[in-house]
Design a protein. Structure first.
Length: 589
C-alpha cells in the first residue's frame, strides 16, 4: 500500500473559548470562573477539557484520576487552562449476565453525548480524554471526532494478571471456573481461591478483549500517543505520558496540527481493522469502528470491516485465542510491533496521518520487528486471514461476527435450540439442558430488540467451563465479550426485532456455519421461510420508559454501528452581540 509522505495540516485553530470569555457581556461568565479559582492570566489562555470515566464501579476506571491529574499539569505547562470533568461508565464486568447489561452499549452513546454537551456548552478549545472500560474507549473517541477540536486520547491501561497454581489467571479464569464447578471439574473452594487471585491490580482485563482491542484502535487511528495502549495501568510511566498528552494538545492548539477528522479517514479505519484482525481482537470492534467513522461522516459499515478482516493475516498470539497478554505485548514492543509487521507485509496504508503530524510509515521507521513468538512476521502468520470473520447468508444477510482465533474447527452444522432471551438460555445451560452438536440460538437481544444489545459472556463462559466450548455453536443478535471464545456468532443482522431471519428459526432446524467460506445459513426452504414470515405475529413491546425507551426509538442496526444520530456534525459559526463596542445609553434625567 502507498507510503507517500503527507504533510500535516498547518492551519491554526481559532479559540472557541473566546465566545464565552471575551467582552463586556461576558462579565458574569468571568465572575463564575473567578469563583472556581481562575485569574485574568488563566482566563486568557486556551481552555482544554480533561475528561475521564474515573469512578469506583470497576477497576478499569480506578487508574484514571492520577493520569488525568498529570494531563492537567501538561496542559498548564503547555500554556493552557485545564478544565476537568468526568462522565459515566457502565462496567461490563458488573453488569454481566443480568438486565444491567442492557445499559452497557447505551453508555457509549451517553458518553459521546455528554462530552459533546460539555465541550460545546462551555466552548472548550481542546480535549484530553481518558477511558478504561470497554464502551468508554469508543465513546470518548466518538466524542472527539464529533466535536473535532484538538484532541488526544489515552487509555488507562490493563491490570496485571494474577496467578493460580503457578499459571497466569485472569477474570476469564473465574468466568469459566463457574461452568467447571457446575460439571464437578472444579471445587467451589478452588473457585473462591481463583476469585481472590485473578484480578490483583486496578486496570482493565489483561487479554486482547474489547478494552485492549479498542486501545490498539486508538493508536492505529492516530488519536493516541504510540506506546500507551498496551502499557499496564499500574506502571508509573503512564503519568509521564499523560502529562505529555496535555502538552501535545496544547501544541496542536498553538501551532496547528491534525484534528480528529484529519486522523480518522478511510485509510486509518482500514489500518485499525487490520490491527484488530491481526491480533484476534474483540468482535465488538466491528460495531465500534463504523460508529467512529459515522462521526466523521465516512460510510464505513460491516461490509467494509469484512473486506479488511478477510485480507489481513493473524500474526499475534494473544488471549483469548492465544497465549499472551497486553503486558507481554507491551514489553515486546507494543502496538508498534504489530503495526510494523503489518506495514512490512503490505497490509497497512503507510501514508495515513498520526497525532504527531507524521505519516504512519514515518512513525514506524524505528519500530521493533516481529519477535516470532508474541508477534510473527506476515510471512510466518498463524493464519492467512484475520482472527475475526464476518459471516453472511440467509440467516444473516447483513452480516454477523465470529472470532476464529484459536478455533480448532471452522465448520459447524447442527440442530437449532432456540431461546427468546439470555436468561432462558442461561437457565438451560446451567441445568445442562443442551447437547453436543446443538446450535444454541438467543434472539431478541439486538440493539433495538433488547434493547441495548447485551453481550453473552456469562453464557459462553459457562459453556466453555462445562467443557462444551467447541462442541456446540451459539448464534445471537446480541453481542459477545472480547473474552468470548468458541464457535460463537453474534451481531446477527437484521436482528429479530427488525424482522430478521433469526426471528424465524425454530428448534430442530438445521444451521450450517462455515467460517472458511464466511457463510451462515438456515437450512430451510425459501417457501417455508416465507410461510413463517407471513404467520409471524409482531412481538408486543413492553413499556420501557427512560433511557431504554429513547434508545430503542433511535438506535440503528449493528452492521452500521448501532448509532443514534444522523452523522457528521458541523458546528455553526457562533453569532454574538458586540456589546463591548456599543455606546452606553444616556442617563435618564
Amino acid at each position: 500500500m502507498s507510503t507517500a509522505k503527507k504533510k500535516s495540516p498547518a492551519k491554526k485553530h481559532a479559540l472557541r473559548s473566546r465566545i464565552a470569555l471575551d467582552g463586556l457581556d461576558r462579565t458574569p461568565h468571568r465572575a463564575f470562573l473567578r469563583a472556581t479559582g481562575l485569574d485574568d492570566a488563566a482566563m486568557a489562555r486556551p481552555f482544554v477539557g480533561v475528561v475521564s470515566t474515573h469512578g469506583e464501579n470497576t477497576p478499569c476506571s480506578m487508574s484514571l484520576r492520577p493520569q488525568s491529574d498529570a494531563a492537567k499539569v501538561g496542559v498548564a505547562v503547555g500554556g493552557g487552562t485545564p478544565r476537568e470533568f468526568t462522565t459515566v461508565s457502565v462496567s461490563d464486568g458488573m453488569s454481566q449476565a443480568h438486565s444491567g447489561m442492557k445499559f452497557s452499549l447505551i453508555s457509549r452513546e451517553l458518553i459521546a453525548d455528554s462530552i459533546e454537551a460539555v465541550v460545546r456548552g462551555h466552548a472548550y478549545d481542546g480535549i484530553v480524554g481518558f477511558a478504561g472500560c470497554d464502551k468508554t474507549l469508543p465513546g470518548i473517541m466518538m466524542a472527539m471526532v464529533r466535536c473535532n477540536v484538538p484532541s488526544v486520547f489515552m487509555y488507562g491501561g490493563a491490570m496485571l494478571p494474577g496467578e493460580h497454581r503457578g499459571k497466569p489467571a485472569t477474570v476469564l479464569t473465574a468466568y469459566e471456573g463457574v461452568g467447571a464447578v457446575l460439571t464437578g471439574e472444579l471445587s467451589e473452594e478452588e473457585l473462591k481461591q481463583i476469585e481472590r487471585e485473578c484480578a490483583p491490580t486496578v486496570g482493565s482485563c489483561p487479554g486482547q478483549f474489547t478494552a485492549n482491542t479498542m486501545a490498539m484502535v486508538s493508536e492505529s487511528l492516530g488519536l493516541a500517543i504510540p506506546g500507551t495502549a498496551m502499557m499496564p495501568a499500574v506502571y508509573s510511566e503512564r503519568l509521564a505520558l499523560a502529562r505529555l498528552s496535555g502538552e501535545i494538545v496544547m501544541k496542536i492548539i498553538r501551532d496547528g496540527g491534525p484534528l480528529p477528522r484529519d486522523l480518522v479517514t478511510r485509510k486509518s479505519l482500514e489500518n485499525a481493522c487490520a490491527a484488530v484482525a491481526a491480533t484476534g481482537g474483540s468482535t465488538n470492534a466491528g460495531l465500534h469502528l463504523p460508529a467512529i467513522a459515522h462521526e466523521a461522516g465516512i460510510k464505513f459499515d460491516l461490509d467494509d470491516v469484512a473486506k479488511v478482516f478477510a485480507r489481513t493475516p493473524l500474526i499475534a498470539n494473544l488471549q483469548p485465542g492465544g497465549k499472551y497478554l497486553a503486558r507481554d505485548l507491551h514489553h515486546a514492543g507494543g502496538v508498534n510491533l504489530v503495526m510494523r509487521s503489518l506495514l512490512d507485509g503490505g497490509f497497512l496504508h503507510g501514508d495515513a496521518l498520526t497525532l504527531s503530524g507524521k505519516t504512519l510509515a514515518q512513525s514506524l521507521r524505528n519500530a521493533p520487528r516481529a519477535d516470532g513468538e508474541i508477534v510473527r512476521s506476515c510471512k510466518q502468520a498463524i493464519a492467512d486471514t484475520g482472527g475475526v470473520v464476518v459471516l453472511k447468508g440467509n440467516l444473516a444477510p447483513d452480516g454477523a461476527l465470529v472470532k476464529v482465533a484459536g478455533l480448532k474447527s471452522l465448520v459447524f452444522e447442527g440442530k437449532a435450540r432456540v431461546f427468546e432471551c439470555e436468561e432462558d438460555c442461561a437457565e438451560a445451560v446451567m441445568a445442562r439442558r443442551y447437547s453436543a452438536g446443538d446450535v444454541i440460538v438467543i434472539r431478541n437481544e439486538g440493539p433495538k430488540g433488547g434493547p441495548g444489545m447485551r453481550e453473552m459472556l456469562g453464557v459462553t463462559a459457562l459453556i466453555y467451563g462445562q467443557g462444551m466450548g467447541e462442541k456446540v455453536a451459539l448464534v445471537t443478535d446480541g453481542r459477545f465479550s472480547g473474552a468470548t471464545r468458541g464457535m460463537c456468532i453474534g451481531y446477527v443482522c437484521p436482528e429479530a426485532a427488525s424482522g430478521g431471519a433469526i426471528a424465524l428459526v425454530k428448534s430442530g432446524d438445521r444451521i450450517r456455519i462455515d467460517c472458511e467460506k464466511a457463510t451462515m445459513d438456515l437450512l430451510v426452504s425459501r417457501t417455508e421461510l416465507a410461510r413463517r414470515q407471513k404467520a409471524m405475529k409482531p412481538k408486543v413491546a413492553e413499556r420501557l420508559g427512560g433511557t431504554l425507551e429513547k434508545y430503542a426509538k433511535l438506535v440503528g442496526p449493528a452492521n452500521l454501528g448501532a448509532v443514534t444520530h444522523s452523522g457528521k456534525v458541523t458546528w455553526p459559526r457562533e453569532k454574538r452581540l458586540e456589546l463591548a463596542k456599543a455606546k452606553p445609553m444616556a442617563k435618564r434625567k
